[in-house]
Design a binder for this molecule. Structure first.
Ligand code: SF4
Length: 331
């Protein structure tokens, strides 16, 4: 379909949607080797619909990066998308799957950044001592950055907010860890190998000149806030375009209704608010996710409880500790 035909039929109440259609059209015209990452989540449902409006979508290679721990509903939904748009979605297996990474390097705990610092401290056989930075730096001279995190060595912001580089950013985490040193390996390596490296490897050797993916600024999080706009040119010659970067929750709703977008059963049946790596311990709502998983995907439920067992237990103990401390301090 031509751009003007598409623009004759757009929702009247969303300039953001019209803008994304116009810019996506321009990008598809300009680039020839385009990769579009499809996760099977609600954002990527809009992404593929947006791209498939144009004849130039034939230039796109759609890829799904399989982390080794995926909902069956997501896999079924990918098949649905393939049929709906008459496209092929390439399934790219992780260089190292999440279960393998967790077994080999350690399990993710709390957040990517926290897992990174703990991993470094564990590598240096840190004993979770409550001592000053100078004392600890003498004992562990090769672990400066992680020790600065542990000792809250970074200044608060001018408005008194705790630095995210300090352990105090996570309330009572230090107190908890001193009392309950982790007896299992913690690591964020699964993000690195199962997600980042797998995508990077797929993109190498100039195979693509544009990578399209479904990040939205309004979602927040470290990865989102790292981007300032919907487009960035990259040194490795593969530019990046985020068509729904400016979409708000309401924009998504308007799009979904207007263009009849159907999401996977993870949303419509399981009641999940978002999908991603199944049961990732970083998720604030991983307990709710586990309840849904137990009911609808019992095999996956079993698997994630093996893969993330220690992290779940440690997170539960930490959350309980925080609640107790809050009661004690009356805050
Ligand atoms: S999002 Fe969670 S489960 Fe997925 S790769 Fe990263 S840490 Fe691992």
């Amino acid at each position: 379909m031509k751009l003007f035909e598409i623009l004759q039929n757009t929702p009247e109440d969303s300039q953001l949607i019209t803008d994304s259609i116009v810019i996506t059209h321009a990008k598809l015209k300009r680039y020839d080797k385009i990769l579009c990452s499809i996760s099977g989540g609600s954002d990527s449902d809009i992404l593929i619909d947006l791209c498939q409006k144009f004849d130039e979508s034939s230039k796109i290679t759609y890829a799904f990066f399989d982390t080794g721990l995926e909902f069956q509903a997501t896999k079924e939904h990918l098949q649905y998308l393939e049929q709906k748009y008459d496209v092929h979605i390439e399934h790219v297996k992780a260089i190292k799957s999440i279960p393998f990474c967790c077994k080999t390097y350690g399990q993710p705990f709390l957040s990517k950044q926290v897992s990174e610092w703990i991993e470094r401290l564990q590598r240096h056989h840190f004993q979770w001592e409550d001592e000053t930075f100078d004392e600890l730096y003498k004992k562990y001279p090769k672990c400066k950055a992680a020790l600065r995190w542990w000792c809250n060595d970074f200044k608060k912001s001018s408005d008194g907010k705790e630095s995210s580089f300090n352990i105090a950013y996570n309330q009572y985490l230090k107190e908890f860890m001193i009392k309950n040193p982790p007896d299992f390996k913690i690591s964020n390596k699964c993000c690195h190998y199962a997600k980042k490296m797998s995508a990077n490897k797929f993109k190498t050797n100039g195979r693509f000149d544009l990578n399209i993916y479904g990040v939205r600024k309004a979602e927040g999080g470290a990865r989102r806030t790292a981007y300032k706009t919907c487009f960035s040119s990259s040194e490795d010659k593969c530019d990046e375009y985020r068509p729904i970067f400016w979409y708000l929750k309401e924009t998504k709703k308007i799009y979904e209704k207007y263009y009849n977008i159907e999401h996977s059963r993870c949303y419509s049946e399981y009641g999940l608010k978002r999908t991603g790596c199944a049961g990732c311990p970083y998720g604030k709502n991983f307990e709710e996710e586990l309840i849904a998983m137990r009911q609808y995907e019992p095999k996956l439920f079993k698997a994630v409880n093996v893969v993330f067992y220690d992290s779940y237990e440690y997170t539960r103990a930490y959350r309980k500790f925080v609640n107790e401390q809050k009661k004690i301090s009356g805050r």
